[in-house]
Design a protein around this ligand. Structure first.
Ligand SMILES: [Zn+2]
Length: 79
């Protein structure tokens, strides 16, 4: 299972408690800094609540490859 799917499975909205999430990856381009870094290091994951639209950003570089990813996601979304 990839990170996006893991996030969807563990998601629980901090605002309304809804468990249906939309996960999108996007590159933070357009700043002067983006030219200095490899584009892969400017990719973020936006997790949006399917009910109220509350959105949080995560850095996939930090989360990908974590052995205890499930535990971390439980922590983020309150289990
Ligand atoms: Zn919500």
């Amino acid at each position: 299972m990839n990170l996006d799917q893991e996030i969807k499975q563990h998601f629980r909205c901090a605002k309304c408690g809804n468990t249906r999430a939309t996960v999108k990856r996007f590159a933070a381009t357009g700043t002067g800094l983006s030219k200095l870094f490899d584009i892969q290091h400017n990719v973020f994951i936006a997790v949006s609540c399917g009910q109220c639209g509350f959105t949080e950003l995560y850095n996939p570089e930090v989360l990908e490859g974590k052995k205890n990813l499930g535990n971390i996601l439980d922590l983020i979304f309150g289990g």
